[in-house]
Write a protein that binds this ligand. Structure first.
Ligand SMILES: C[S@@+](CC[C@H](N)C(=O)[O-])C[C@H]1O[C@@H](n2cnc3c(N)ncnc32)[C@H](O)[C@@H]1O
Length: 354
C-alpha cells in the first residue's frame, strides 16, 4: 500500500496503536499500526487523511477511523475484514493490510469511511455506573432518602437508568437482579454499604444528546467501542435495549444553563447532581458556574432537603490516569466532601476507600 497519510496522522495512529495495546485492545492497536503504514492515496479516505486540517489526536482521528471500520464490519458491509475481527484469532499485519486495501478499493465503501470521519466520536460508558452506584449507596446510607437524579454530560443517557442495572459490587448486590445490564467491576477494598436504591425522579442534559432509540445512532455508539472488548459491547447493547424500553429523560443544552434553570431541592428527597468523564469537556466558565450554583443551592440545603454532587472524573493530580470518585453532600452544615476511591476509566475496576 503506498503512503498517503501525513506525518502527523501517522504519528497519531502509531500513538493510538501503543495506547490500545496497553489498554488491552491488541486488535484495534494492530489496525492503527497497519493504517499508520499508509492508505491508498487514490482513495477518498487516503486524501482525507493526507489533508487532515486539525490535530489528529485532539480530533480523535484514529478513533474515528477504527470506529468507521467497526461500523462497516458490524453492518455486514466488510466481510473480508470481518473475518479477521475478534473473536477470530489475532491476524498478522500483512493479512490486515490486504483486507484494508480491499476495502479502500471499493468506491462506495471508501466514500462511507471518508464520510464517517466527519463527526467526532461520542461514547456512553455504562461500566462507569459500577463506580457511581456504590457512591449512591453511600449517599442513601447517610440520608436514608430516595434519590432525584440529575446527570450532566449524559450523552445517550444510558446511565440515567443505572438503578435498573444488576450490580455486584464486591459482593454487595444492588439494582434490578433480573436486568440484562450486568455490572460487576473488579472490586478492590471494603464493600460499599448495602442499601436500597429508590429513584423518584431522573433527568439529564447533554450539549449533543444521542437518541439511542434511533438504530443508526445506536450503531454509531456501538462502533466506537473497541472490537476487542466484548464485555463492553454486550453491556452497552443491553443498556441501549433498556433505554429503548424505558427512555431516559434527556434534554439538549449546556450543563450550567440547564442546572441553573432546572435544579431545585425537594422535601424528603436527596437531590443528586452527577457526571462521569464529562467535566473536563465543559468550558472553564461552565465548570465554574456549575460549582457556583451547587454551592449556592447547597447553602439552602437541610437534612430534610439535602443536595449531593457525585463525580467520577480525572481530577486527582496524584492519579492523573485513574478517575477519582468524589461525593459532596450539603445538608445544613456546609459541604461534606469525601474521596470515595478511584476506578478504571471504563469502570473495569473500582478501588474503594469507602
Ligand atoms: C466523554 S462523554 C461522557 C459521557 C457520559 N457521561 C459517560 O460517562 O459515558 C462527555 C459528554 O459531555 C458532553 N458535553 C460536553 N460539553 C458539554 C456542556 N457544556 N454541557 C453539557 N454536556 C456537554 C458531550 O456531548 C459528551 O456527551
Amino acid at each position: 500500500m503506498s503512503l498517503a497519510v501525513s506525518g502527523k496522522v501517522t504519528a497519531a495512529l502509531e500513538q493510538q496503536a501503543r495506547f490500545c495495546a496497553a489498554l488491552g485492545a491488541p486488535f484495534t492497536g494492530a489496525l492503527c499500526r497497519v493504517l499508520a503504514t499508509g492508505v491508498d492515496p487514490a482513495s477518498l479516505t487516503g486524501q482525507r487523511l493526507a489533508a487532515w486540517p486539525g490535530e489528529p489526536m485532539t480530533d480523535a482521528l484514529p478513533m474515528r477511523l477504527t470506529g468507521a471500520l467497526h461500523w462497516l464490519v458490524r453492518g455486514g458491509r466488510a466481510p473480508g475484514l470481518a473475518a479477521l475481527y475478534p473473536p477470530a484469532a489475532m491476524p498478522d499485519d500483512a493479512g490486515l493490510a490486504a483486507a484494508l486495501a480491499g476495502l479502500f478499493a471499493v468506491p462506495a465503501i471508501d466514500a462511507a469511511i471518508a464520510a464517517f470521519l466527519d463527526s467526532p466520536p461520542q461514547t456512553n460508558e455504562v461500566g462507569r455506573s459500577g463506580a457511581l452506584v456504590p457512591a449512591l449507596l453511600t449517599l442513601v446510607a447517610k440520608t436514608g432518602q430516595p434519590l432525584a437524579l440529575n446527570e450532566l454530560g449524559a450523552s445517550a443517557g444510558l446511565n440515567l437508568n443505572l438503578d435498573r442495572f444488576a450490580f455486584d459490587l464486591g459482593g454487595v448486590t444492588a439494582g434490578d437482579p433480573a436486568s440484562a445490564v450486568r455490572i460487576a467491576p473488579n472490586w478492590q477494598g471494603p464493600p460499599p454499604p448495602a442499601a436500597a436504591l429508590q429513584v423518584v425522579a431522573r433527568a439529564g442534559v447533554d450539549i449533543a444528546p444521542l437518541d439511542a432509540s434511533d438504530p443508526a445512532v445506536a450503531e454509531r455508539l456501538m462502533a466506537f467501542i473497541w472490537a476487542d472488548q466484548p464485555e463492553r459491547l454486550t453491556r452497552t447493547q443491553a443498556a441501549i435495549a433498556l433505554a429503548r424500553a424505558v427512555p431516559p429523560p434527556l434534554e439538549k443544552g449546556d450543563a450550567a444553563d440547564w442546572l441553573e434553570r432546572t435544579l431545585s431541592l425537594a422535601d424528603g428527597v436527596t437531590t443528586v447532581v452527577y457526571h462521569s468523564i464529562a467535566f473536563q469537556y465543559f468550558p472553564p466558565t461552565v465548570q465554574a458556574r456549575v460549582m457556583g450554583h451547587l454551592a449556592k443551592l447547597g447553602a439552602t440545603a437541610t437534612p430534610q432537603r439535602p443536595l449531593a454532587w457525585l463525580r467520577m472524573e480525572m481530577d486527582d493530580p496524584a492519579n492523573p490516569t485513574t478517575p477519582a470518585i468524589r461525593l459532596s453532600l450539603w445538608r445544613g452544615n456546609g459541604e461534606e466532601a469525601q474521596l470515595l476511591g478511584h476506578c478504571h476509566a471504563h469502570g473495569t475496576f473500582v478501588q474503594w476507600a469507602g
